[in-house]
Design a protein around this ligand. Structure first.
Ligand code: NAI
Length: 308
């Protein structure tokens, strides 16, 4: 099993208490897998309504898991895991006793830095801080904290939907300590995920390779080289991908992809990523402007019947 690869050389306090900030799509998923792995979880957000939304996402997802794992006692299975999750809007209280904080709030460098700067004063010295950001620099977020905390700071990038996707990218900044990395690896394995390690670079591993590929697929359509349908069929049957690029673009959201490309264009100015990879695309901008964002809006490259 994967546990074989775990280093046993470094001493780390075992993580028992997890605090998740942000009860949206990702935060709810992270709280759920944490609770399923036996951690004591506190889920925190700015409003009671957001917390309620998070608990709803978790309950629905847990019932789906229960249908497979414990079909005779769906209620019991679900409530047994839900009892590991507490909620609060009080950020200071949420971290006072925590071993690990995972932040999954809105993708804004300022809001994330404000939150971590505040939490740095409130959490135990040993508490590890992690951000689920997909497009921001982890180092820049970490710099809102003291030097000691920066050694206990890393990126922990989960994938949507969290309960189903096995991968977690652990992002090390130059300040992240080996002990912190090992503790995060251990806790993600306990969550039944497969961790990989990457430096703090644009897109980390998955998006760094995936986004340029998706953008080039759009350019092919824009040039009239092939249709979205044929490109999807080609990549599914010829490259063995489970989903062609246009199905994936519609699933992720065209606005999200466009937003990531925009951020990278800024990084291309300083040479962190090559300019050609993220050249603006008229067709993508046009679809986003028209509100054709993919599955969630009912239309992207394909049409969807969201009433079903
Ligand atoms: P979301 O919009 O579903 O949820 C964000 C939640 O954060 C909301 O409930 C909001 O009320 C809350 N929030 C905002 N400011 C807060 C604060 N100061 N303190 C506590 N809670 C606060 O967003 P989503 O999609 O869950 O994304 C969260 C993070 O995860 C972002 O950084 C995003 O880039 C990243 N991410 C998203 C993925 C996706 O597929 N949606 C995949 C991987 C990472």
């Amino acid at each position: 099993t994967v546990h074989r690869h775990l280093s046993t050389t470094s001493q780390v306090n075992k993580i028992e208490k997890l605090t998740v900030f942000g009860a949206g799509l990702m935060g709810a998923g992270i709280a759920q897998v944490g609770a399923q792995s036996g951690l004591k979880v506190i889920l925190s957000d700015v409003t009671d309504k957001a917390l309620e939304n998070g608990l709803n996402i978790i309950s629905k997802s847990l019932s789906r898991v229960a249908k497979k794992k414990s079909p005779d006692d769906i209620e019991g299975f679900t409530s047994n895991i839900l009892k590991n999750i507490e909620t609060t809007t009080d950020a200071a209280k949420a971290v006072q006793d925590s071993d690990l904080v995972i932040e999954a709030i809105i993708e804004s460098i300022k809001v994330k830095r404000d939150l971590f700067g505040f939490l740095d004063e409130k959490a135990k010295a040993e508490c590890i801080f992690a951000s689920n950001t997909s497009s921001l620099s982890v180092k820049e977020i970490a710099e809102s904290c003291s030097n000691d905390r920066q050694a206990r700071f890393a990126g922990l990038h989960f994938f949507n939907p969290v309960p189903a996707m096995k991968l977690v990218e652990i992002i090390k900044t130059p300040q992240t300590s080996t002990e912190t990395f090992e503790a995060l690896k251990e806790v993600t394995l306990r969550m039944n995920k497969s961790p990989v390690s990457c430096n703090d670079t644009p897109g980390f591993i998955v998006n760094r390779l995936l986004v340029p590929y998706l953008l080039e697929a759009i350019r092919m359509v824009e040039r009239g080289d092939a249709t979205p349908e044929d490109i999807d069929t080609a990549m599914e049957l010829g490259a063995g991908y489970p989903m062609g690029p246009f199905k994936l673009l519609d699933f992720v959201g065209l606005d999200t992809t466009s937003y990531i490309a925009q951020g990278w264009r800024e990084k291309a100015q300083s040479g962190e990523i090559s300019k050609e990879l993220v050249e603006p695309i008229g067709l993508l901008d046009k679809l986003v402007k028209e509100g054709k964002l993919g599955r969630k809006s009912g239309q992207g490259f394909y049409e969807y019947d969201n009433k079903k």
